[in-house]
Design a protein. Structure first.
Length: 443
């Protein structure tokens, strides 16, 4: 009587269907991964919210209010006009800006999740030009020189410590909360009148708490920024990379040198809306204080190879079954595929507690031993069971190499697929698929 299990063609169809069906539990694993990532991000945000968030600092700016005249039609025909005065603000940027930041970091935990917090001591010095010589405005009605003030943009005011003052031509001026400008809302500003009809020098000290990252906007005509920290795993980002950097187990130092030629805005923003229109904040650069070995990212990458791992698993057992005249039931393939799915769940759950490397080692050894034990019985050979266990250890080891060598992942993966296909073609080169039997038993 005809048996579906004994038909190689139908069995291949069943295995292909099962392989596609395994995409469903893999998607469940992926959704669990994203849910755990979201919980991790929520825990980090909760810790950061109580300490201070990611910091981006731009400034100081001289803000000069003024009014312009605008003609507006007052009739439907457009023949009668009225003069309207509109309030505006101009932002003057410093010619020289020197930033020195000393960052002390520590790791805080909430449950199984960690967040990098820091306390930064920032020194900013520089010079402003005579504003009256560089500010040119069309249709200006009046410039309120006597109402000029200083403003500094901060992405998050939470974490600013102590009373803030700026030494303006060696005279202390206090800062107040809020930017005071329409260019941006988050920040600090001064209320004291400043003289802008001369070259002005300044010196400013900021002490603030933050988390995850610290960045500065090089608004000076010439800007030099230096960041020193005890964090050993920095990730530099932004419009420019550090000109000089040194990273060791004790921390890092980084120095940026930038010119206003490397950005798309000038030293005078005639309208405060140019701050957003010209994407001033896009020229920022800084450092992320990353926690090494992001297990969520590595597991996410490993899931991209899951279907290939399952294909390799089914291929090996199908070849063993075919070349040794054995009969394996689809349920047995289903159980071995389920074991591969459990590998990802084990790896995810363990890595949250003991780290990715150790979790990957334990999970791969456990699943390899389980499949080897099961194979020894269904193949009626302990030696074949041991060989299967060794094969899966090698397979998981190769996957780990791919995950570690991110730049060469595509190359190694494509070579592995080619090698697998070549092995299958070589092993089945003398197999008569029409009769489901081997013509010759020797190579």
């Amino acid at each position: 009587m005809f048996s579906i299990v004994n038909s190689k063609g139908i069995k291949l169809g069943i295995l292909a269907f099962m392989l596609m069906c395994f995409l469903i539990p893999l998607s469940f694993v992926e959704s669990i991964l994203y849910e755990r990532q979201e919980r991790s991000n929520e825990a980090i945000q909760e810790i950061s919210a109580k300490w201070g968030g990611q910091k981006v600092i731009a400034g100081p700016f001289i803000v000069i209010p003024y009014q312009i005249q605008i003609q507006r039609a007052i009739d439907d025909a457009g023949k009668k006009f009225a003069i309207e005065l509109v309030d505006k603000e101009a932002l003057i940027l410093p010619d020289e800006l020197l930033i020195n930041s000393n960052v002390s970091t520590n790791v805080r935990s909430r449950g199984i999740y960690d967040a990098v917090l820091y306390q930064s001591e920032i020194q900013m010095t520089g010079k402003f030009p005579d504003s009256s010589k560089i500010l040119s405005i069309q249709n200006v009605h009046k410039i309120f020189w006597d109402k000029a003030f200083l403003s500094i943009y901060t992405s998050d005011n939470k974490g600013l410590l102590e009373e803030l003052k700026i030494s303006w031509n060696k005279k202390d001026i206090a800062f107040h909360p809020g930017s005071g400008s329409t260019a941006f809302h988050s920040g600090i500003h001064t209320n004291t009148e400043i003289n802008v009809f001369q070259t002005n020098s300044f010196q400013l000290a900021l002490k603030m708490n933050g988390s995850q990252s610290l960045a500065f906007v090089p608004i000076g005509k010439s800007t030099k920024t230096q960041i020193l920290s005890n964090w050993a795993d920095p990730s530099f980002f932004g419009s420019d990379l550090p000109l000089e950097r040194s990273v060791s187990e004790k921390g890092f130092s980084a120095i940026w040198n930038s010119s206003y030629f490397s950005r798309n805005y000038s030293q005078v923003l005639v309208d405060s809306y140019e701050f957003a229109d010209k994407n001033v904040l896009e020229s920022k650069y800084g450092v992320n204080f990353i926690i090494p070995l992001d297990h969520y990212r590595l597991i996410e990458r490993s899931l991209k190879y899951a279907i290939l791992i399952l294909l390799s698993c089914f291929t090996v057992f199908f070849l063993i079954e075919t070349l040794n005249s054995l009969k394996l039931h689809p349920i047995q393939y289903l159980l071995m595929g389920a074991a591969m799915i459990i590998f990802y769940v084990l790896n995810l759950s363990l890595s949250e507690h003991i780290g990715f490397m150790l979790a990957y080692l334990i999970s791969s050894l456990a699943i390899s031993a389980l499949i080897g034990y099961y194979s020894g019985f269904i193949l009626s050979s302990k030696s074949k069971g041991i060989q299967c266990a060794i094969y899966f250890c090698i397979l998981f080891g190769f996957l780990f190499v791919i995950l570690s060598a991110q730049d060469y992942a595509l190359l190694l993966g494509s070579i592995a697929i080619f090698a697998l296909l070549a092995f299958v073609m070589h092993a089945t080169r003398k197999l008569d698929w029409s009769k489901s039997e081997i013509k010759q038993a020797i190579d």
